[in-house]
Ligand binder design. Structure first.
Ligand SMILES: [Zn+2]
Length: 215
């Protein structure tokens, strides 16, 4: 996962049958033509929801009339980011977040118990760490730029829309489905490139981190 320039790939590979959030479409990959079957070329077809694996949420996901992924400013997706470790907390509320010294303009990625526990689970991992609506409102009040978490939703069933709405209404770019297993908390350069799906409420995203070494 670490290449020669020090980039760490925190993207979850998209493959047929991979885990998805409840009530999201299954991920299917098939070959409509293949060299092995005597075709001219190998051509695959994919079927998936836009909230598959590592992805970004756009305001349109929970805000009526909200903008799509193609309108997310690039500066929310690239630049200095802080990976903060909260390994022992399942419900991340304002009290937990207050201990992390989060400031205006920050790009914050939370490494929780989900990395690697949730990703190692064969099915959907119900006990995933998530942010409460009150915690999300705290982040909105801090005016952070970007918020990322290491499983398929930032919120939990029953309060999922409140958590999302607090972040998205504050124009915080939400990254979900990061696999932060290989990443130690610290300062990183973030590169997150969502597929440019016109007007969509989310998009699968390649996310890379590179440690910033102070010298
Ligand atoms: Zn999402």
């Amino acid at each position: 996962v670490i290449d020669a320039q020090g980039w760490i790939d925190v993207t979850v590979p998209i493959r047929a049958g991979m885990v998805s959030y409840p009530r999201n479409p299954p991920i299917e990959v098939s070959q409509v033509e293949s060299l092995a079957r005597g075709g001219h070329a190998t051509v695959s077809k994919i079927s998936l929801g836009v909230h598959t694996g590592t992805h970004v949420d756009a305001p349109a996901h929970f805000i009526p009339g909200g903008s799509g992924v193609d309108r997310i400013p690039l500066d929310a997706l690239m630049g200095r980011a802080r990976v903060l470790g909260v390994p022992d907390v399942r419900r991340i509320d304002a009290a937990v977040l207050r201990t992390l010294e989060i400031s205006s303009g920050d790009r914050i990625l939370l490494k929780t118990l989900n990395s690697p526990r949730a990703w190692d689970s064969p099915g959907f991992f119900e006990g995933y760490a998530h942010v409460t609506p009150e915690g999300a409102q705290y982040l909105a009040d801090r005016r952070i730029r970007t918020f990322g978490i290491d499983y398929l939703s930032v919120g939990v069933t029953g309060e999922n829309s409140d958590t999302h709405r607090a972040l998205l209404a504050a124009n915080i770019c939400v990254l979900e489905g990061l696999n932060l297993t290989p990443v130690v908390p610290g300062e990183y350069e973030l590169l997150a490139l969502p597929l440019l799906l016109a007007g969509a409420d989310g998009a699968p995203t390649r996310v890379l981190l590179r440690p910033i070494t102070r010298g």
